[in-house]
Design a protein around this ligand. Sequence first.
Ligand code: FE
Ligand code: FE
Ligand code: ZN
Length: 262
Amino acid sequence: MGKAALTIQADTFQFFTRNPRGGAVRTLDTEDMAALVHLQKEAGFVPLVAHAPYTLNACGAESRVREFAREAMHEDLKRLEHLPGNLYNFHPGSHVGQGIARGVELIAELLNELLDGVQSTTVLLETMAGKGSEVGGRFEELRDILGMVRQPEKMGVCFDTCHVHDAGYDIVQDLEGVLSEFDRVIGLDKLKAVHLNDSKNPSGSRRDRHEVIGGGYIGLEGMERIVKHPALSALPFILETPNELSGYAAEINLLRRLAAAE
Ligand code: FE
Ligand code: FE
Ligand code: ZN
């Protein structure tokens, strides 16, 4: 993974800790991880992002579902200590009819069981599009989770541009306003990574369908403002656009040019 990132001039990348749609974890290859630690240093990578599987639901209604989330995240966090100091991102969850407040409570409860104060990993809540019963479509929901966690210093937020846009925050016309709202509600110091995706749908659609950079409703000018914004520009940017490796290479190139343009 690290080597593939280098071939397309990336300086970070995201990887799934296991099959994104669930399932068992591969056996731990500590040698592989040691090689990656070395490569990360050598290549001067900014923090890497490990992504928890989508199927994980920290606020499911059934205890069996929450138990899977607990076990998977516990195992992931343990393994990530072989790649110290990086980021672990997860979708807060879907409350499946229990209501946002209960969802928030269950997510915080789980985090309080998992964070031991010793991990070197920062755990990120991803901003969500708010489709279905997803928790995390409003900044306030993420703030409430962070507010209940006993070790908020071990936590941060990953800003997914497609999700924030789809949730109804107008980052195209008013990026400045959205970021000041984020700052007021959560605090920009909590922002640790960006998922840079265009969107197939208009703002407020709550759809969560990623589009290639410049090909969707955020558009190239919107993207330029995002990569140039001083509150974001120093963060790790992760592409989750529908692409093959060559497509990512082209997008990285394009985005670097946009970021550097006057
Ligand atoms: Fe995600
Ligand atoms: Fe994302
Ligand atoms: Zn998404």
